[in-house]
Write a protein that binds this ligand. Structure first.
Ligand SMILES: Cc1cc2nc3c(=O)[nH]c(=O)nc-3n(C[C@H](O)[C@H](O)[C@H](O)COP(=O)(O)O)c2cc1C
Length: 170
């Protein structure tokens, strides 16, 4: 790998502000969660709506999603940066369970839905592709819960952000 190319790639991608989600899963492999900025809508018009996420193959959450065959993408509210840090392993000392820091309820399919998230997308695992370091995980959305507070937490230029309204150009 060309180190300079890698550095320019990381710097370029850091300029793309993304929303932040915690992908959670529960089932026979246990309950896990991980912070992701790779959540992306794929299609609203298939047999089910679908989305994708890229999760490092060494994340315990990735292996659990493969085994549980289901997950929930919890789109964080702008007031939830502490939870983002927690599920990214940035909180010191690390708590015994990341899940103790927030309220959860099971979705219709039993996946952990974060209370206070701006939206929760419960998914059945449709397919997953291991691409070098990360699993590209495609979920068929089976239920969506929407908060009355739609402002999502953003991450860009290595900091948490919120979206601001721009006045249209003349
Ligand atoms: C804002 C933010 C976005 C992240 N996005 C991703 C992602 O899309 N995929 C991923 O694998 N890791 C992502 N991470 C890193 C993981 O959250 C982190 O490496 C992981 O939680 C390490 O702990 P774990 O593997 O024990 O869960 C992100 C971290 C932060 C802070």
């Amino acid at each position: 790998m060309d180190a300079e190319l890698r550095g320019r790639f990381i710097e370029g991608m850091s300029r793309a502000a993304t929303f932040v989600a915690v992908a959670t899963t529960d089932g026979e492999a246990g309950r896990f969660g991980v912070t992701i900025s790779s959540l992306t809508s794929v299609s609203a018009d298939g047999a089910h709506p679908s989305l994708l996420a890229c999760v490092h193959q060494q994340s315990p959450a990735a292996m659990a999603i493969m085994k549980n065959r289901a997950f929930c993408a919890n789109l964080l509210h702008e007031g939830q940066q502490g939870l983002s840090d927690l599920f990214a392993g940035r909180s010191k000392p690390a708590p015994a369970s990341r899940f103790d820091a927030a309220d959860w309820r099971p979705g219709p399919a039993g996946q952990p839905m974060l209370t206070g998230a701006t939206a929760n997308f419960e998914c059945r695992l449709a397919t997953a592709l291991l691409w070098e370091t990360h699993f590209i995980i495609v979920g068929q959305v089976t239920s969506v819960w929407l908060s009355d507070e739609p402002s999502a937490l953003l991450y860009g230029q290595r900091a948490y952000r919120r979206a601001v309204h721009l006045v249209p150009e003349e």
